[in-house]
Design a protein around this ligand. Structure first.
Ligand code: NAD
Length: 249
């Protein structure tokens, strides 16, 4: 993809699943990647895998980041920009899931979902704005979900993901004048630690039947779309949400 070579990317939730696959894809495309997560062991493993890949010429490094901590987010972004001479891509991917019904969801669990899935994205965009404004353009990709579009029996999670969608559409306008594009990606059914924990084999099979393509996604298939949105190939795309859901109905 055009325009990613030599760029600097920060990925949240890079220790697992979609985040790990995107770190790898962006590094393959030539980005120096700052892998961030609360899971240090998983984040270091992502870095190890990138470094072990002979096809990758770019660098990767791990930094601890809890996206719900605004000050920590600012520090990580400023440090990355300082070390690499600027920041070009931010993938706000970190998220937590809801394993209970609405009735069983406690206020504590609600707060956790909102603080990570929604405030985490807000924190990233807000902390990145002054850095990106100083550069010559850039791209932010926020992770929503198919559950942000359609009603889903994961009500509080769906609420946070719908909010990410609307937030993305709105904040894109504020970034646009500084040449920064902000888009959302809405993954469908992706086999990761999160969905392995959520769904039984029977539920996974039932959900698979609702996809036009008839299968779950590999995390790399979401990473490819994120890399596109981050690249110059998406230079006329901002304030939009890309569904990557195999035609789920
Ligand atoms: P995952 O569980 O494999 O990865 C999530 C990562 O986020 C983990 O490494 C975890 O440690 C990290 N994380 C959790 N809380 C954090 C915090 N406070 N600060 C920083 N990192 C934190 O899950 P995944 O499926 O790869 O999900 C990635 C994103 O994609 C999430 O936002 C999720 O809601 C979204 N999503 C996933 C699917 C799917 O089918 N897997 C579908 C739609 C949307």
């Amino acid at each position: 993809m055009r325009g990613l070579q030599g760029k600097t990317a920060v990925v949240t939730g890079g220790a697992s699943g979609i985040g790990r696959a995107t770190c790898h894809r962006l590094a393959e495309e030539g980005c120096d990647v700052v892998v961030t997560d609360v899971d240090a062991a998983g984040g270091e493993e992502t870095v190890r895998r990138i470094e072990a890949d002979d096809a990758v010429g770019a660098t990767a490094e791990f930094r601890h980041l809890d996206v719900s901590e605004y000050g920590e987010f600012e520090d990580v972004l400023f440090e990355a920009a300082d070390r690499h001479g600027g920041l070009d891509v931010l993938f706000n991917n970190a998220g937590v899931g809801e394993a209970r019904s609405f009735r069983e969801t406690t206020p504590d669990h609600r707060d956790d979902l909102v603080e990570v899935n929604l405030y985490g994205v807000w924190n990233g965009c807000h902390a990145a704005l002054p850095i990106l404004e100083e550069g010559d353009g850039g791209a932010i990709i926020n992770t929503s979900s198919m559950a942000g579009w359609h009603p889903a029996p994961i009500t509080t999670y769906a609420m946070t993901k719908a909010a990410v969608l609307h937030f993305t559409r709105s904040v894109a306008g504020e970034f646009a004048r500084s040449g920064v594009r902000v888009n959302a990606v809405c993954p469908g059914l992706v086999s990761t630690a999160m969905t392995d924990e959520w769904y039984s084999a029977e539920e996974r099979e039932e959900m698979r039947r609702h996809t036009a393509l008839g299968r779950w996604a590999d995390p790399g298939e979401i990473a490819a779309c994120v890399a596109f949105l981050a690249s110059e190939d998406a230079s006329y795309v901002t304030g939009r949400a890309m569904k990557v859901d195999a035609g789920y109905v």
